[in-house]
Design a protein around this ligand. Structure first.
Ligand code: G6P
Length: 608
């Protein structure tokens, strides 16, 4: 969702800005633009297409200072006039990520002061507000700081002024922004991948920080206006990790990276002989001993990971667990229990609703907080007392894949550690689980070998409008995830049901045009699931069954069987996810959709 890149250098920054925008494309956007300061003028180029179009349009644009933006429309349709950067009085240019909630009131006030609005965006008020302070003789830093105190909402911004060719301003509150430190040049961006082309030295701005950035140095001020020092991190990201390589799409690449991502996430544990709470942070042992329940908060695919974890946590660790969609929890009146461990799950660590839900939980008095996250320096990680980092590496495809399976691996570790601390895990069973975890990456690799068969199966979905996914128990959330993947990237309407609910509604939809995908592990509910599937066949529904070995399913008329290599016990949901990811991917290929950047969706939803 919206991406910002800014640069100040002794060379032309336009190629840097464009390359940065290309790296941010994955966040999701529908228009793009840039501004450079050139001879005391603001030169702006905007386009409603892809960054490639903006690149063509800015072929003759040059400047040593500039800001650029990819916009995911919230206020106002995707159009050139609504694309950022927005300019006030030919002097101030602003690129913004986030939502300004009091923009209508500010717009009325600024209009009364004769500011003319040329877009429907909330962002334009920021440009005019900064200008109103700048025109009174304040420095760009002071004018920006003054304007920010009047904003209600979330923002990351980049600001430049036509008459100030030596200064770039960046600030964040509620949306991500970092500063890149080069040699005699500096940058800002929404995430590190945009800046790897120029530097690996990153400074993560904190909530409310404003950075005043020049060629030779920078100063950071906190929300109170005090100058502060923030550490410089050397990014571990590599250019290769954000490049496509031999794959056709990032989603395909990321599906294939799962064995390695799982191995990396489990590395510390698999190399040791027993589980220790320390993998969740120094205070984990005391915190975990003090809790009697768990509340998981997340959005989208991460929420599905939480739903799987509930089955594990209650069955293996014997700890009651609730899982809530973050955007619902944050506005619901709930009854806090101080002995609850609040677990937030997020790939990006920047999802606005998940962050707000965590803050809401804290405001209710919850002190035991743990985040499971893929981005070490993200806001979510910084806001939580405990953390477990998934080591999936950068995930670029909008549809989450390797982040999900590594979240599951981390949640399984959490389950085992809690079970051990709460006296629910014998030494022998602990060893069995560790053995299964060590085997998990190669088991995932074996599932990937089904790819050609799944690609063939996908051909049968290309003319379908709807699909039903069924699972039971631990695998019901996997059915939910399979349906989400299919709808996200192939635009086929897909719904998931716990198979036992079939008779209570969805069976009415089943006919020969309705493919029904069943997740069929070899577990205690297998025979029950088989009865549910008979109900589908009896109504002429076409079945696609992803079954474990020894489940005694056979392909026949109307039953398409995909045989999984093995049954992985409690870890089975992780393996059963992979063929459903592949199915969605190959159906999307059949339909010719934009797999990595599905319409209307964003990778990181940094607004509410
Ligand atoms: C967006 C993405 C999803 C993701 C969800 C939560 O909707 O498109 O793939 O699952 O946000 O994101 P998070 O970064 O918090 O896991």
């Amino acid at each position: 969702m919206c991406g910002i890149v800014g640069a100040i250098a002794q060379r032309n920054v336009v190629p840097i800005l464009l390359q940065g925008l290309l790296r941010l494309e994955y966040r999701g956007y529908d228009s793009a633009g840039l501004v450079v300061v050139n001879n005391s003028h603001l030169e702006r180029v905007r386009s409603t297409g892809r960054v490639a179009e903006l690149t063509e349009k800015s072929a003759s644009t040059h400047g040593h200072l500039g800001i650029a933006h990819t916009r995911w429309a919230t206020h106002g349709v995707p159009s050139e006039r609504n694309a950022h950067p927005h300019i006030s009085s030919d002097v101030i240019a602003v690129a913004h990520n986030g939502i300004i909630e009091n923009y209508e009131e500010l717009r009325t006030r600024l209009t009364a002061q004769n500011y003319v609005f040329t877009s429907d965006t909330d962002t334009e008020v920021i440009a005019h507000l900064i200008h109103s302070h700048y025109a009174r003789g304040n420095s760009l830093l002071v004018a920006t700081q003054a304007a920010l105190t009047e904003l209600v909402g979330a923002y990351a911004i980049g600001v430049v002024a036509a008459d100030n060719p030596d200064l770039l301003i960046g600030s964040r509150k509620g949306s991500p922004l970092l500063l890149g430190v080069g040699e005699g040049e500096h940058f800002i961006a929404s995430d590190a991948s945009a800046l790897l082309q120029v530097t690996k030295n990153m400074v993560y701005l904190e909530e409310g920080d404003v950075a005043e950035i020049g060629l030779r140095g920078y100063r950071i001020f906190n929300a109170k206006g005090d100058e502060v020092k923030r550490p410089v991190h050397i990014s571990e990201l590599t250019n290769e990790s954000v490049e496509l390589g031999e794959y056709r799409h990032y989603m395909q690449k990321e599906i294939h990276e799962q064995p390695q991502a799982l191995a990396d996430t489990l590395e510390a544990v698999c190399n040791s002989q027993s589980l220790v709470p320390g993998i969740f942070g120094a205070e984990a042992a005391t915190t975990f001993a003090d809790i009697d329940s768990i509340l998981i908060l997340a959005c989208g695919t991460s929420h599905h990971a939480g739903l799987v974890a509930r089955y594990w946590l209650e069955e293996i660790a014997g700890i009651p667990c609730n899982v809530e969609i973050a955007s619902e929890y944050r506005y619901r009146v709930s009854v806090p229990n101080p002995k609850t461990l609040v677990v937030t799950i997020s790939q990006s660590g920047e999802t606005a609703d998940t962050l707000a839900a965590l803050n809401h939980a804290k405001s209710l008095g919850h002190v035991h907080t743990l985040s499971i996250c893929n981005v070490p320096e993200s806001a979510l990680v910084r806001l939580s007392k405990l953390r477990m980092l998934t080591r999936a590496g950068p995930e670029i495809g909008v549809a989450s894949t390797k982040a999900f399976t590594t979240q599951l691996a981390a949640l399984f570790l959490l389950t085992l550690v809690l079970a051990k601390l709460h006296g629910k895990l014998s030494k022998e069973v602990e060893q069995q689980h560790l053995h299964a975890l060590r085997h998990l990456p190669s088991a995932a690799q074996a599932v990937l070998n089904l790819e050609p068969a799944i690609a063939k199966l996908a051909e049968r979905f290309s003319d379908k409008q709807h699909a039903l996914f069924l699972g039971r128990g631990l695998h019901y959330p996997i059915a939910l995830e399979g349906a989400l993947k299919l709808k996200e990237i192939s635009y086929i309407h897909a719904e998931a049901y716990p198979a036992g609910e079939l008779k209570h509604g969805p069976l009415a939809l089943v006919d020969k045009n309705m493919p029904v995908v069943a997740v069929a592990p070899n577990d205690l509910l297998l025979e029950k699931l088989k009865s549910n599937l008979q109900e589908v066949r009896a109504r002429g529904g076409e079945l696609y069954v992803f079954a474990d070995a020894n489940t005694r399913f056979h392909s026949s008329d109307g039953i398409n069987l995909m045989q999984m290599p093995e049954h992985a016990g409690f870890l089975s949901p992780i393996l059963h996810t992979i063929p459903l990811q592949l199915l969605a991917y190959y159906v999307a290929l059949q339909k010719g959709t934009d797999v990595d950047k599905p319409r209307n969706l964003a990778k990181s939803v940094t607004v509410e």
